[in-house]
Write a protein that binds this ligand. Structure first.
Ligand SMILES: [Zn+2]
Length: 268
């Protein structure tokens, strides 16, 4: 039995039990940092995948801000296809489990590197989108904002959407390579990890800055780091080496069982 079976090794089961105990007893709710790995089972292609959308559209050719300025028609070809993929995607058991952790009161903020909005679709509140949002667009000419749904209603698929005020090009509010991250999101993310007792890193190696700095900030503020990834990447973390869509629903089940046990054993 290995991580692929979803059963986990003894060490992983121990890590899961430690995490359940930690979440059940902490004063301050946990924070989740999520990345592409959590959405793979929702059919969303990661940049690293060797097939799918990014095999046909090299991110370095299509997802840079320079490429957008140079040839918006070419980049929008990719963006329309990506939009169709993201519109069709549904939250998977990992997204739903995270929403349940929040309802159980053991989780506060979710910080995500994903732009698929699947955490929100699962009902999670207080989501910090480090790499921006696909639900809105901005005009590169005058800066006016437009919602994605309004844009889709007004634009023929395949065409570059234009600003109604100045006819400038519209670009989704997702962070392209070569662009700055939204400062406000980064600020919220840092504040969240400073205020938690546990940081759960899910489906990301947290290799790309600024997400890469968040586990260190959390640890510096006294939090414990838990990594839920089939292939662990963080050194100073407790590892649950299983796919998030298996590990997180189990975590929710175990927390519920533990609470039920606590209530049953309560003499009052
Ligand atoms: Zn404009």
């Amino acid at each position: 039995m290995g991580p692929e079976d979803g059963a986990g090794t003894r060490a992983e089961n121990d890590a899961m039990l430690h995490l359940v105990a930690a979440l059940a007893s902490r004063e301050r709710p946990a924070v989740v940092l999520s990345g592409a790995g959590i959405s793979v089972s929702s059919e969303i292609p990661a940049f690293r995948d060797s097939d799918g959308l990014w095999a046909r559209y090299d991110p370095m050719e299509y997802a840079t801000i320079e490429a957008f300025w140079a040839d918006p028609e070419k980049v929008w070809q990719m963006l329309w296809e990506l939009d169709a993929v993201l519109e069709a995607a549904e939250p998977n058991p990992a997204h739903h489990a995270i929403a349940q952790l929040q309802r159980l009161g053991v989780l506060a903020t979710v910080i995500t590197q994903n732009v698929d909005a699947l955490h929100q679709a699962a009902g999670t509140r207080d989501v910090v989108e480090l790499h921006g949002s696909r639900r809105s667009l901005s005009c590169l000419g005058c800066g006016r904002a437009r919602s994605r749904d309004e844009m889709v209603a007004e634009t023929r698929r395949g065409e570059v959407p234009r600003c109604r005020a100045c006819d400038g090009w519209l670009k989704p509010d997702v962070v392209f390579f070569g662009e700055q991250l939204p400062a406000e999101a980064l600020h919220r993310a840092e504040r969240a990890v400073r205020g938690c007792d546990d940081l759960l890193v899910v489906g990301t190696a947290a290799e790309v800055t600024p997400a890469a700095s968040l586990p260190g900030i959390a640890r510096g503020a006294g939090a414990r780091i838990w990594e839920i990834n089939p292939e662990p990447a963080l050194r100073e973390a407790e590892h649950i080496m299983r796919p998030a869509q298996l590990a997180l629903p189990e975590l929710v089940d175990r927390l519920r069982e533990r609470r039920k046990g606590d209530t049953d054993g309560d003499p009052g």
